[in-house]
Design a protein around this ligand. Structure first.
Ligand code: GTP
Ligand code: MG
Length: 416
């Protein structure tokens, strides 16, 4: 008996989306929501789309549509609905009263996946902060969907027990988490400063969720980051060093994936993680070119980067998963200084990618040709360590070197 009681009951839901003139790709967005809901561990029983001028301020959908949803809930035996946009507190309360079932939205599902995925203290702090902020704004009136504990989606994770805390406690907890996050932020900054002192450039790997970012990092280095055919497999940034064939070195940072309608609270809470892209020297943008939604996904990545203040950085765009590509449609609007067609999983295009990376590193180096006095031999060490030595010859006049070095090393050697 007890065994059965321990087992979580699987949520069975109906997805609801509103199509407006501005947001006319509701069908694709719902396809993605379906993946998200499945990733969160629930079952999707049906889908409802309503075309309207705008989202209904009180009920999300029009009241006529509510009858249809009510019939579907009964007919399919669903336990709740998931709306494709973030719901306001009053929409949640109204829908709950009208439909008498659990009301969820896209944000709750994404927060839920993040909660299940977070496994470092940094990730956990960020998720809890995002969850508490989202819920704090919705605790007024205490709808059942918000206060109900237990199995199913929308209730999991570090913030789970906190659901029933009163406002005062939530406020306290939020400020405590913010302090912890400050520390994490400082720690990240120290790591970054360490890397820049080493005179090694950093590239941030960004892209839509499931594009192949972690696979790239794992293939090029031996990072052993979890790569999965799931949304948001990676939450925490991992940095590894890559040594290129020409002996140049580059730091690569794998980051959390982007998605359309990425909840604002998550962006806020995950700023220190997402900001890795902001502090990188350049960007590697991985695109799943086999996904029919590739163009929209690329656009979402540009938008998110802009929101994070990442502008004017060189972008290397990888059109990845070439092995899965069926059609040969060309992409029209993209931002890229370099494009490489890859199938990271099979190794296709990786040599070319490395050449591009070397080119970027080389462009950022200054050519040096000098005779160093034997007393200045210590400088040779610097050049060997941070630069790319082309030749080194011992003559009676001193050490004749030819090399490419980072700008700041050039400064240290004395730009003669
Ligand atoms: N067919 C094919 N699959 C690939 C390729 N590259 C990566 N994948 C697969 O795509 C899935 C997602 O890869 P990940 O590296 O986890 O993707 P990610 O961008 O890190 O995703 P998140 O961490 O969720 O944002 C995995 O199942 C990979 O094996 C490729 O070139 N071809
Ligand atoms: Mg990943």
């Amino acid at each position: 008996m007890e065994l059965y009681e321990l087992k979580e009951e699987q949520e069975k839901v109906i997805l609801v989306g509103v199509q407006t003139r501005e947001n006319d790709d509701t069908k694709d967005s719902l396809e993605e929501l379906k993946e998200l809901v499945k990733t969160a561990g629930a079952e999707v029983l049906g889908t409802v789309i309503q075309a309207r001028e705008a989202v209904h301020p009180g009920y999300y959908v029009g009241t006529g549509k509510l009858d249809e949803i009510r019939m579907m809930l009964d007919g399919y035996g669903a336990t709740g609905i998931v709306c494709d946009d973030e719901l306001s507190p009053s929409q949640i309360n109204n829908l709950e009263r009208e439909l008498q079932c659990k009301i969820m939205d896209r944000t709750m599902v994404i927060l839920d996946i993040f909660a299940a995925r977070a496994n470092t203290s940094e990730g956990k702090i960020q998720v809890e902060l995002a969850q508490l902020r989202y819920r704090a704004a919705r605790l007024t009136g205490l709808g059942n969907s918000m206060s109900r504990l237990g199995g199913g989606i929308g209730t999991r994770g570090p913030g789970e027990k906190k659901l029933e805390m009163d406002r005062r406690l939530i406020k306290l907890r939020i400020s405590q988490l913010k302090k912890e996050l400050e520390q994490v932020k400082r720690h990240r900054q120290v790591l970054r400063e360490g890397r820049s002192r080493e005179n090694i450039m950093t590239a941030a790997i960004v892209g839509y969720t499931n594009a192949g970012k972690s696979t790239l990092l794992n293939t090029l280095t031996d990072a052993k980051v979890l790569e999965e055919d799931k949304l948001f497999a990676t939450l925490d940034p991992t940095t590894r060093i890559l040594e290129l064939p020409g002996k140049q070195k580059l730091y690569l940072t794998d980051t959390v994936g982007f998605i359309r309608k990425l909840p604002h609270h998550l962006i806020e809470a995950f700023k220190s993680t997402l900001e890795e892209a902001k502090y990188a020297d350049f960007i590697i943008h991985v695109v799943d070119i086999s996904n029919p939604q590739r163009e929209k996904q690329m656009f979402v990545v540009y938008e998110t980067l802009q929101e994070l203040g990442v502008e004017d950085k060189k972008i290397v765009t990888l059109f990845n998963k070439q092995d899965k590509l069926q059609d040969a449609e060309t992409i029209r609007d993209f931002k890229a200084d370099y494009i490489v067609k890859t199938a990271i999983k099979t190794g296709q295009g990786l040599e070319e990618l490395k050449e591009v990376l070397e080119k970027i590193l080389t462009e950022n180096q200054i050519y040096l040709e000098r005779i160093l006095d034997y007393q200045e031999a210590g400088q040779i060490q610097l050049i060997r360590k941070y630069g790319q030595l082309i030749s080194e010859e011992y003559t009676d006049r001193g050490i004749e070197i030819k090399a490419r070095v980072p700008q700041n090393i050039y400064g240290k050697i004395g730009g003669r």
